[in-house]
Design a binder for this molecule. Sequence first.
Ligand code: COA
Length: 212
Amino acid sequence: MSLAIRTETPADHLCVELLTREAFWNLYRPGCDEHYTTHLIRGHDDFLPDLTSVAEVDGQIVGSIVYTRSWVVNEAGERMETATFGPLCVHPAWQRRGVGSALIGHTRALLEKKGCPAILILGDPHNYCRHGFKTGRDVNVCTPDGRFPLGLLVLELRPGFFAGHRWVFHTSPVFEFDPAEAQAYDARFPPKEKRHQPSQDLFAMLIRAVVE
Ligand SMILES: CC(C)(COP(=O)(O)OP(=O)(O)OC[C@H]1O[C@@H](n2cnc3c(N)ncnc32)[C@H](O)[C@@H]1OP(=O)(O)O)[C@@H](O)C(=O)NCCC(=O)NCCS
């Protein structure tokens, strides 16, 4: 397999949204909103187009990683810009062959070059521990409500960056959208059956779990 990672261009938009819809459909809820999230991010001030990348195998897009600005603020009021990825997805036919890892590795190296202190995400730890992500609890980073959700994961790019402070993680407001708008956007795509599957029950547990 000849895998290449490159920056996303406007010509990729529809293909990436179709791929995102395939990868997330019925995974976390009946249907999915992630292709709408990707669409919204591209028009938002917090979009990071230089980092947003696609993975190609023999010229076909099989994976996508989308980046936005995020921030951490410490107890002294010091605010630092960080980077957040998501949606991250690989077409179901290409999963478990290293494509997702390549997207993370490629963009991580770009961020290290730029001097970004850390990547922070809200995601399933199973996918990210092997890339060096730690729980927010271990580096004293919580969400604005003071909690340490299991899904809050931090990859320090400058080792020790968080040491000696308490930090609050802020994501871009682009993620706060009306689900009805996402549904209306999805109606532009070919019909697809929404149904329940067990991964949705696991997700419902994951988003309520916090780290002691
Ligand atoms: C999560 C996701 C992006 C990971 O992408 P991926 O390309 O499947 O990831 P990788 O192949 O790099 O790694 C996945 C697994 O395959 C294994 N793997 C990697 N290369 C492999 C290879 N050549 N042969 C066999 N296994 C391989 C990895 O060790 C890893 O194993 P683990 O899950 O048991 O730890 C992808 O599965 C996906 O799109 N899922 C649906 C959407 C989603 O959940 N996105 C993330 C939201 S948190």
